[in-house]
Structures are given as C-alpha cells and as structure tokens.
Design a protein around this ligand. Structure first.
Ligand code: GLN
Length: 448
C-alpha cells in the first residue's frame, strides 16, 4: 500500500485519482496484516485496489465525477466495495471518471481530464478513464470500473490493460450511482486476465434484497479454467466489426492477434451481426431515457449540491440542477425526457426497445456457430485530448463495437493486442454468451 500511495503522489499530474486518504489506506492495510496473522484472511488479503468514483464508499468521498456530489459522503459501501473489502482488499482511493459515467474520453469529469499514461496528450478513454490510467501507470495493481456501453472495455483498450464486464445481473448495482439501470454493470480492470478473474470472483454473486435485477446465480471461481487449452474453440468474427469504419492500424493489430489465436488451436468463423450500426441510435435513446429518470433524484434536497440563492421550490430545483450538472449530463437529460414524453414514446423509446431485442436475438443466432466473438473495442487508438470534446456525436460513433454487447447484456472483455498509430495500445474485444465469463478469461489468459 505504501508503494502504491507513493506512486500515486508522484504521478498526480495524470489526474487519475480524485480522492486519497493515506491514513485510512494504511489502517486498512494493517487490518489486513492482522487478519493474515490471525488466519482469517480472505483471498485478496492486503491487495491494494482503487474504486471508480461511481461506487459509493463510507471511508472516502463519492462524487461520480460531478459537481452535484462535491463533498458527498455515503453512509454505506456499494456491494462491490463491500465484497472486495470482505475478501481482504485495501482501498487506495477513488478514481476519476466521466460525470455520472457519461462519456468515452473522461473529458466530461467535473474534476478535469485524465492523461493517458502512454502519451500525456491523449485521452485515457472513458468513462472509467481514471481506473484504466491508474493500472497502466502502476498506481494500483487492480481497480474497479463500470460498463454501461463500454466504459470498462474501451478505457482498458486505450490504456493497454485488461478489463471485463460480466453478464448483466451478475454484479450488484447496489451503491453504484445509477446511469442507465438496464445496462450498468461493475467489473475489474487489471494487468492480466488472471488478476481480473480474482477480482471478478469476489465481486459477482446474488444481491437479491438490494438490486431487483441481480441474478440468483451462485458465486463462481472465474479462474477455474484459465489454463484450459483452446483447441477447437470457435471464434466468431463479425464482418460488420471489420468494415470501413475501422482504422487500418487497429485492423492490422487485430488480424495479427486472430492469427495468434489460430496458432493456439482456435478456429475462426465468419459471423454476421447485421444490426451493429443500429446499436448507436438505440443505445443513445435508451441510456439517456433511463438517465433522465435516475438523475431526477438530484434535486437539491436529498443529495449533494443546493443552489445558494433561489426563490421558490421550483426555482431551487432549476438553479441547483443548472449549476450542478455539466453539459453532457444536461444534454442526456433533455434527450431522455424528450424520447419518454407523451407522443414520442412509441416512436423513439418503444422502437428502440424493439430493436434492442432484435440485437440480442442476432447474438443468439451467432452463438449457434461460435463459442466467443472477437473484434475491435474501438475504431481507433486513443485520440488526442480536446479532439472530440466539443463533438458529442463523434464520441457516440466511436462506441459502435461495445454497444451491441451491452444492449444484449452479454459479458465482454478487452485485452491488450498490440500497438497502433503513435505506439498506442490496441485492445481486442471478446464477447461471450450469457454466463460465459470463465471462457472469456480462459481465452484471454492463453493469449497473454
Ligand atoms: N461511452 C458511452 C456513453 O457515453 C458508455 C459509457 C459507459 O459505459 N458508462 O454513454
């Protein structure tokens, strides 16, 4: 813990952490030592980790990257935080992220952008940008993130680390500041699939009393088949993931990675996910719709910020929300409110839900001829800070390869697969069928 606290201090310029408390961390580390001495240590005893600032924590402040929650402290720990603590992990601090996890570059954080440790002039990806940067810069051996439409996979890819998002419903959403409830999932990022398996095994499991979408599936040892041979594994390669929009440097790295898989005994099968492009408009209707509803709780009464000067109650709401939310959050609240409103609901929201189901069905058809699906995480390597910061649509379009799996609720991961333009890391995305986490981690581990 001391080693990582010193590195965090030495690399403050990255802006990966939004909260640290060395005394608290060292107290947790001493408690872990005592548990080891007493023979009561959990499987992660003394492992220093850090949490995306979207998980509420009792011992550290929680902002969700928003001015709205500046100075907020939760009276309880998120289930993910509590489970990792029970396993013995020690918390180094809280990690920067896009405001309410809305973004792909971490530039939407009210606490400033995060630098990509590979090239400080580039974005780390988002929304779990601080998480990915922290692992890449060795400020923490492993961290948590959340993935609604790619926020674990894409920053992992951009920072050259490994990350996994489980099947929707396996990780509890209790204590995760809600963005889009039908999509939000927690997961780990680390230097290897093996480390991810250790954390994921501690995170996943039923939390039926606290999360109404938690699945009643027993906890699992996701590392149990890490070393299984890949002979005969059928890897589906969706032709829509390798079209014109994919940059040549990313494509070259992925082609090489797929050849490597063939050498390991896997067989490549061409598949089709015909509604890939539709995932963008579908997601950018459903996610804002859910966000507009979830964020109604930030009204200046129950949590965080309240405007200092106001007239009546309605004025207090308006001023509080105008001051507390950033531009992207406001944009999504407006889009979400619009698509849910009377007269537009059928045309937008309902239509999007119908196509969402068709996208999920496309995956089930594809999984009849393959065991896992491989493709890019993003169309390019990490772009330059500022390049797309005033162009929301350009950001949305770059989510094309992560959104389909999210809408279907499938497990997905990103693993380092070489380098592209500017020497920047390229990620390979692996998508599995429901409950296929162990298979994904096995495929990643053999490659690594
Ligand atoms: N980039 C996507 C968005 O802006 C996904 C974010 C996420 O997964 N939290 O909504």
């Amino acid at each position: 813990a001391q080693h990582f606290l010193a590195r965090i201090e030495a690399h403050r310029g990255l802006n990966a952490f939004v909260a640290v408390d060395p005394e608290e961390t060292l107290a947790q580390a001493r408690a872990a030592d005592a548990a080891v001495a007493a023979g009561t240590a959990g499987p992660l005893a003394g492992v220093p980790i850090a949490h995306k600032d979207i998980f509420v924590t009792r011992d550290f402040p929680t902002t969700a990257g928003s001015k709205m929650l500046k100075g907020y402290r939760s009276p309880f720990d998120a289930t993910t935080v509590a489970r990792l603590a029970t396993a013995g992990a020690v918390t180094l601090g809280k990690l920067n992220c896009d405001e309410f996890a809305m973004g792909s570059s971490n530039e939407n954080s009210a606490y400033g952008a995060v630098q990509n440790p590979w090239d400080a002039t580039r974005i780390p990806g988002g929304s779990s940008g601080g998480s990915a940067a922290a692992v890449a810069a060795r400020l923490a051996p492993a961290v948590t993130g959340t993935d609604t439409g790619g926020s674990i996979r894409q920053p992992a890819a951009f920072c050259g680390v490994t990350g996994i998002k489980p099947t929707y419903g396996r990780a509890s959403r209790y204590g995760m500041v809600a963005f889009a409830s039908s999509l939000d999932q927690a997961g780990p990022m680390a230097r290897s699939a093996e480390d991810c398996a250790l954390l994921l095994s501690a995170i996943c499991g039923p939390d039926l009393d606290r999360d109404s979408t938690s699945l009643d599936r027993p906890t699992e040892d996701f590392g149990r088949s890490l070393s299984d041979r890949l002979e005969g594994l059928r890897i589906g390669v969706p032709k829509e993931f390798f079209g014109d929009g994919l940059a040549a440097d990313v494509r070259a790295a992925l082609d090489a990675a797929l050849k490597e898989y063939e050498k390991l005994g896997a067989r490549l099968v061409e598949i089709s996910l015909p509604r890939t492009e539709l995932a963008i408009p579908v997601y950018y209707i459903i996610a804002p719709a859910e966000a507009s509803s979830n964020l109604s709780r930030f009204d200046g009464v129950k949590f965080g910020h309240r405007a200092a000067q106001y007239g009546d109650l309605l004025d207090m709401y308006k001023k509080t929300r105008a001051e507390g939310f950033g531009d992207e959050v406001k944009r999504r609240i407006m889009v979400g409110t619009y698509v849910l409103s009377h007269g537009y609901y059928d045309a937008y929201y309902l239509k999007a839900q119908q196509i969402r189901r068709m996208i999920a069905d496309d995956f089930q058809r594809a999984f009849q001829s393959c065991d896992v699906i491989a493709g890019p995480v993003a169309p390019t390597v990490a772009w330059k800070l500022g390049d797309k910061s005033d162009d929301p649509v350009a950001n949305y379009l770059a989510d094309i390869y992560t959104l389909p799996g999210s809408l279907a609720g499938l497990p997905g991961m990103s693993l380092p697969a070489g380098f592209g333009e500017g020497g920047m890391p390229v990620g390979l995305q692996l998508l599995g069928n429901y409950f296929g986490e162990a298979k994904l981690l096995n495929a990643a581990h053999r490659f690594q």
